[in-house]
Design a protein around this ligand. Structure first.
Ligand code: UT7
Length: 332
């Protein structure tokens, strides 16, 4: 029997309708379209306005989009993994609710949190379950309602993040398509630079933490930028070298959409032509766990069976890494 690899066989996505443009942000904080565009590449982001809807709403929509497009029966799914930094609630995994709501009645489910690398790490986890031979259909969803943890008076963060969700299905493949290699890293030095101080076991919620705005994302952008640029480029170069991939062999770079300048730096280290570098940050901003699957969804029609995809991410923690995957299908 041939070796089992874990292939992506379907993609789905969802973004909320409301568009928060740079022009609207100009009326909210001291910023301007020129600064945001030149420093980040972002023009607009989507925001889930409904107060009574959390990340599960986005995740369910993306999962349903995948099920509908691929004709997958939800009862055939073995496992639902939700990559997210913004679960509906601190306790009671959001993935479990999502699985039940989409009708994945035979699946088990849990959340995976590694900030902006949640989806990349989730790909590794999902693929490992498939490669082990234990499960046949693993649904990996990346979803974040970043607007629920952003202070819209803080111009350092509110211009960056947006809400969104994407989903992929991993299935066994015996022709060698799917995940080929991964290089995942983390370093706890990063937790001071990108974090939410309160609401966890270290600093539980109190009147004081609310008054001090400690439930919002804090980011030391300059420091995170420095680490992101060098580390994302390092791992991407490493995965190319380890797999003897020249820049001609790489068909697509699918990089976390945090800042266009970080993506460009990674592409430049890989010596990749711009046409191979997938970008949609201008439309969605940084959607944390949803950036990679939203790229897959937006560009799926261009992928050919056998294409070499390099995924890369960098996020809070710090967490980062790169994955080399062979695309498994031509879109009908
Ligand atoms: O996804 C997880 C990982 N996260 C990342 O990878 C994000 C990494 N960091 C970044 O992308 C960038 O650091 C930011 C986009 C967050 C900031 O860009 P920057 O080029 O590092 O700007 P800066 O923080 O160094 O600020 C430069 C100047 C400052 O003014 P002075 O001190 O030079 O007078 C800021 O006060 O720009 C000012 N500034 C702004 N001006 C207009 C900061 N934010 C804004 C703003 N609008 N929104």
């Amino acid at each position: 029997m041939n070796k089992i690899t874990a292939a992506i066989t379907a993609v789905g996505a969802y973004v909320p309708d409301y568009v928060l443009s740079n022009q609207v942000l100009e009326t909210m904080v001291d910023t301007n379209d020129e600064w945001i565009t030149s420093r980040t590449g972002i023009k607009e982001r989507r925001i889930l306005k409904d107060k009574d809807k959390g990340t599960s709403f986005l995740a369910i929509k993306a999962a349903q989009d995948l099920l509908q497009k691929s004709g997958t029966k939800p009862e055939d799914i073995d496992m639902v993994l939700l990559a997210t930094a913004t679960p509906d609630m601190p306790v009671a995994a959001t993935a479990v609710y999502v699985a039940t709501q989409i009708g994945a009645v035979n699946a088990f489910a849990y959340d995976l949190q590694a900030a902006c690398s949640s989806f990349l790490y989730g790909m590794s986890t999902a693929a490992a379950y498939i490669q082990s031979g234990r499960y046949k259909k693993v649904l990996l969803v990346g979803a974040d309602k970043m607007s629920s943890i952003i202070d819209y008076t803080d111009r350092a963060t509110c211009i960056i993040f947006g809400d969104g969700a994407g989903a992929v299905l991993f299935e066994p493949n015996e022709e060698g398509y799917g995940l080929q290699d991964e290089y995942l890293r983390s370093d706890g030095i990063g937790r001071e630079y990108l974090k939410i101080d309160a609401g966890g076991s270290l600093l539980p919620a109190s009147e004081e933490t609310v008054a001090n705005k400690q439930h919002y994302v804090f980011q030391d952008g300059k420091t995170v930028f420095k680490y992101a640029v060098s580390n994302m480029a390092d791992v991407s170069e490493k995965i190319m070298n380890r797999n003897n991939l020249s820049h001609d062999d790489v068909d697509w770079l699918i990089a976390h959409q945090a800042n266009k300048r970080i993506i460009d730096a990674t592409a430049s280290r890989m010596n990749l032509d711009d046409s191979k570098v997938l970008v949609n940050i201008e439309k969605y901003g940084n959607t944390t766990s949803a950036t990679l699957p939203l790229l897959l969804s937006d560009y799926e029609h261009q992928f050919k069976k056998g294409d070499n995809l390099v995924f890369a991410s960098f996020g809070g923690g710090f967490t980062w890494g790169s994955i080399y995957l062979k695309w498994a299908y031509d879109k009908k």
